[in-house]
Design a protein around this ligand. Structure first.
Ligand SMILES: Cc1cc2nc3c(=O)[nH]c(=O)nc-3n(C[C@H](O)[C@H](O)[C@H](O)COP(=O)(O)OP(=O)(O)OC[C@H]3O[C@@H](n4cnc5c(N)ncnc54)[C@H](O)[C@@H]3O)c2cc1C
Length: 467
């Protein structure tokens, strides 16, 4: 297994349970193991009736329609449905390996029905998986970045860590995207109409170890690719966040409760288009498309307590002009923008838990829901930057999770997690889907790799180990 996050651990545990001897090569040192998975909070799961921590029902078709909507159809339905169906049954297996779930947190809006939260977050989940792996006899090498592998006739032969060669009968690639490779981000986003390189202003929400070295190597040797390098999961995060590993607490979640303006103090998108878990992942990209790759999320006192508070307090002022000064925005422009917005708000019954009827009329962009005048001091502003969660460019795969060369699947080289998430996520995102994909295809890849190591494996065996 190459990688040390959720997808690699799901693959390693499955392969080991199927009888394979497993070595896991993780680029990070032990203290930083687990990649982006160490930052997660939840997994999106379908269910036809209430299930442990999940309320009501979230049927396959609704999950699929949600995915179809956020990806704008850029998704492989067969693979998406495999991941969706697996999400209905995976939790007992995850619990067996030490994961614990809790009900949706207050402030994590609208997710009690769709997302199962990991108690202790991704860090606790991964520590449990590593403990389980250790108990089962999976060997782990830290500080072991794999930058190239030997492939002959589409078959994996060996992996290289510096000048050390690891020979194996099968391999699963689960080494994440290329989000922490700043040069690659710069190249992928290119230069904009103002002569800027937007990628230079992105912050990376997760691990510094997902440099995409192995992904680049695989594409160089002719593995089939999927996805656009400029597409990624990207959210608006506090501009004061660290360059790497700021994690969840730097996300700014009050967008749908107020307005967002660019550095010219102009609004640029409908802040209330849909529920936040279905929309939060477009805001990084929207900010990336603004001049200077910067924006400001502005709320008034009415919004306080209605969203997950970020780790750094917002800028606070008793007047809008004062807030503009604190945010280094043109005072008159910001006041005019907010006054125009306020005048366009049509009364309704505010309810942040439904798509309510509080909307604007007569301004562009409109705000479709939760539009209330920003008129109650104190006012708060959060300056945001694009925060890349993970990139979507990856390796093309199929139901078997195998890497393909010229359309032909390898019979012993598999891929899981972010390295293939672009097969399901051509663009857009719905909260918790990263873990749905990584868990489903991690287990499939692990089962296939174990079978390949044993010299094949019957269809029945493969179904049994993946179930
Ligand atoms: C702040 C944050 C919050 C998130 N919250 C959620 C959430 O709540 N729900 C959800 O579904 N998704 C969430 N995600 C997305 C989620 O983290 C990913 O979809 C998922 O963890 C991907 O798992 P993975 O195993 O493919 O990648 P990762 O977990 O990133 O693991 C990749 C691993 O590969 C290792 N590696 C990289 N290069 C090499 C190499 N060359 N050789 C060896 N090892 C290498 C890395 O060190 C790392 O261990 C979040 C991401 C972030 C950053």
């Amino acid at each position: 297994m190459i990688g040390g996050g959720n997808a690699a651990l799901c693959a390693a545990l499955t392969a080991r349970e199927a009888g394979a001897r497993v070595l896991l090569l993780e680029a990070a040192p032990r203290a930083w193991r687990g990649g982006n998975s160490a930052h997660v909070r939840n997994i999106r799961c379908m269910h036809d009736a209430p299930q442990d921590v999940l309320v009501e029902a979230y049927p396959e078709e609704e999950f699929w329609q949600d995915l179809l909507k956020v990806t704008g159809g850029l998704t492989d339905e067969t693979l998406a449905r495999i991941a969706i169906r697996a999400s209905a049954t995976c939790r007992p297996w995850l619990v067996r390996h030490g994961a614990r779930f809790q009900p949706s947190l207050t402030g994590a809006l609208h997710t009690a029905r769709t997302n199962a939260f990991f108690l202790g977050g991704g860090k606790a989940m991964l520590n449990a998986y590593y403990r389980s792996a250790q108990r089962l006899g999976v060997r782990v090498r830290y500080e072991a970045p794999v930058e190239r592998i030997d492939v002959q006739n589409r078959r994996f032969v060996a992996a290289w860590v510096r000048d050390e060669r690891f020979v194996a009968r099968a391999c699963v690639l689960a080494a994440g995207g290329f989000e922490s490779n700043r040069e690659w981000l710069r190249e992928a986003w290119g230069r904009n109409q103002w002569g800027e390189y937007p990628g230079d202003n992105f912050l990376i929400r997760g691990t510094r170890f997902n440099t995409g070295a192995l992904l680049a190597f695989m594409l160089d040797i002719g593995a089939d690719r999927i996805g656009d390098p400029s597409q990624s999961h990207m959210v608006a995060i506090d501009a004061r966040a660290p360059l790497y590993d700021g994690g969840i607490c730097t996300r700014i979640d009050c967008v749908s409760l107020g307005v967002v303006v660019n550095r010219d103090a102009e609004r640029f998108y409908d802040e209330g288009e849909d529920f936040w878990p279905k929309r939060y992942a477009i805001w990084g990209r929207l900010v990336a498309q603004q001049r200077g790759q910067i924006a400001h999320s502005i709320i008034d006192a009415k919004a306080v307590g209605r969203f997950m508070p970020p780790v750094f307090p917002g800028v606070r002022a008793d007047t809008l002009a004062g807030l503009a000064r604190e945010l280094h925005l043109d005072e008159a422009r910001l006041v005019a923008t907010v006054e125009q917005f306020n005048a366009a708000c049509r009364g309704g019954k505010f309810d942040h838990t439904v798509l309510d009827d509080c909307r604007t009329e007569g301004i562009a962009p409109s705000k479709s829901h939760w539009a209330r005048p920003i008129d109650t001091p104190p006012f708060f502003g959060y300056t945001v930057r694009p925060g890349v969660t993970f990139t979507y460019l990856g390796l093309k795969t199929g139901e078997d999770s195998a890497v393909r060369f010229g359309g032909v699947p390898s019979d012993n080289l598999f891929v899981a997690g972010e390295m293939m998430a672009g097969n399901v996520l051509g663009m857009g995102y719905a909260a918790g889907v990263g873990m749905t994909i990584g868990t489903a295809f991690g287990r499939i890849a692990g089962a296939r790799a174990a079978a390949a190591a044993k010299g094949g494996g019957t269809k029945k065996e493969l179904e049994d180990v993946a179930a």
